[in-house]
Design a protein around this ligand. Structure first.
Ligand code: MRU
Length: 346
C-alpha cells in the first residue's frame, strides 16, 4: 500500500513512518516532527531498506525546509543544507539515501524565495516517493518473467514493500509473478542479527497470502543442496562497478547458489547504482556490538569475547546471474554505465 512505509502527513507537516523495529508484534506509526527525530529513526532502523531510505532522505529535506525558522534566503538554504548533512551521515552504505537527499536539495537551492523552497522541496519529495512505487512495479514485472510457473525463491533480509514506497524490489518480483498467476513460494532467511527476514519479509508476505517459510541463515546452503530452492532474489543497497552491496549474508548465498547452479538475481532501481565506485571505495556500516551480544535483555556472548557486526557485504558481480532493473534485465558482462546515467538524469 503506497504511503504505508513512509508518508508526508499534510495536515501536520510531518513525516510519518511504520516503526519497523516493532514488527511483527506491534503495528505502530512514528511521527517525525523534525529532522533530528527522522535521523534517529534511520539510525535505529525504524525506517530502513535502500529505496525507503531514499524516500526518507527526500522527505527529510522537505521537513527541514518546512521547519526552518530562518527568514532570509541564504540562511534558510544553509539551514536546510545542514539538515541534509545530518541525514546523510546516518547510514553510509545505501546510496539511495544521498540520492534522495540530493534530488530535493538541488531543487531547494534553485528556489528564489523561502516559500518557493518549501513548496518545491515537498513536491520533489512526494515525486521521489511516488516514482519509487512505480519503479518497483516495473522491476517486479521485468523480473516476474524470469520465474518458472512453479518455484521456490530464497531471499535474504527484507527487500519488500517495507523497504520501498510500495511493492518492493526482490519481493516486488515475487508479487508480480503471483499476480501473473504463478505459484511462488518464498524461503525467507531470518537475517541475523536484526531479523529483517523473519520479522519483516515474513510479515508482509503472509499478510498478502504469499506462502513464506523462515529458516535460519545457516540452513540456506543445505536447502540449495537438496534442490528445494529454484532461485535466489535479493535487493541491493549499492551496486558498484564490480560488486553488489546488500545485507550481510548475501555474499554467502551467492557463493552457495553458484556452487549449486542456482540463478542468483539482484533486483534494484537505478537509484541504487554507483558505477563510479568499486567495492574498495564503499563504506560498510559497522553496527553496535550490542545487537549481537544481547537478545532483548539476555546476554548471548560472554563479556570477554569480541564481536564484529558489519551490516553489509559485497557480492562480486561475477556471482550475479542477472540484475533486474525498472528498465530491463542486465546480464554479464555487466556494463553499468547506462544505468548510472539514468540515475543522474532523474
Ligand atoms: O540494514 P537494512 O535493513 O536497511 O538493510 C536492508 C537491505 O540490506 C536490503 O536488502 C536492501 O536495502 C534492499 S531493499 C529493497
Amino acid at each position: 500500500m503506497t504511503g504505508e512505509t513512509i508518508r508526508w502527513e499534510n495536515d501536520a507537516g510531518e513525516v510519518s513512518l511504520l516503526d519497523q523495529t516493532a514488527l511483527p508484534g506491534r503495528v505502530r506509526r512514528i511521527r517525525c516532527r523534525d529532522v533530528e527525530r527522522l535521523a534517529v529513526a534511520i539510525r535505529r532502523l525504524e525506517i530502513r531498506g535502500a529505496p525507503a531510505l531514499g524516500v526518507a532522505g527526500a522527505f527529510g529535506v522537505a521537513l527541514a525546509a518546512a521547519r526552518s525558522r530562518e527568514r532570509e534566503l541564504t540562511r534558510f538554504l544553509a539551514d536546510v543544507a545542514e539538515a541534509a548533512e545530518l541525514l546523510c551521515s546516518t547510514r553510509p552504505t545505501a546510496v539511495n539515501l544521498s540520492w534522495g537527499i540530493d534530488r530535493v536539495l538541488s531543487r531547494v537551492r534553485a528556489a528564489r524565495s523561502i516559500e518557493e523552497g518549501r513548496r518545491v522541496a515537498l513536491a520533489e519529495a512526494k515525486s521521489v516517493a511516488e516514482e519509487d512505487a512505480l519503479t518497483c512495479r516495473r522491476i517486479g514485472d521485468q523480473g516476474a518473467a524470469l520465474l518458472p510457473d512453479r518455484c521456490t525463491v530464497l531471499t535474504h533480509c527484507n527487500a519488500g514493500a517495507l523497504a520501498t514506497s510500495d511493492w518492493g524490489t526482490a519481493l516486488g518480483v515475487v508479487r508480480s509473478a503471483v499476480a501473473m498467476g504463478k505459484d511462488v513460494r518464498v524461503v525467507a532467511c531470518e537475517t541475523r542479527p536484526l531479523l529483517q527476514g523473519a520479522r519483516l519479509t515474513a510479515w508482509e508476505l503472509s499478510r498478502d497470502g504469499i506462502p513464506v517459510t523462515v529458516i535460519v541463515d545457516s540452513a540456506a546452503a543445505s536447502l540449495m543442496q537438496s534442490g528445494e530452492v529454484d532461485c535466489v532474489i535479493v535487493g541491493a543497497d549499492r551496486i558498484a562497478r564490480d560488486a553488489v552491496f546488500n545485507k550481510v549474508g548475501t555474499y554467502m548465498h551467492a557463493v552457495c547458489a553458484c556452487h549449486h547452479g542456482i540463478p542468483f538475481y539482484v533486483a534494484a532501481p537505478h537509484s541504487t547504482f554507483d558505477p563510479g565506485s568499486t567495492a574498495a571505495d564503499i563504506i560498510v556500516e559497522e553496527r553496535k556490538g550490542e545487537e549481537i551480544r544481547f537478545r532483548g535483555n539476555e546476554k548471548m556472548v560472554p563479556d570477554g569475547a569480541g564481536v564484529r557486526n558489519p551490516a553489509f557485504d559485497a557480492t562480486p558481480l561475477a556471482l550475479v546471474t542477472a540484475i533486474i532493473t525498472e528498465d530491463g534485465i542486465l546480464r554479464p558482462p555487466y556494463d553499468l554505465t547506462a544505468a548510472g546515467k539514468r540515475r543522474q538524469r532523474r
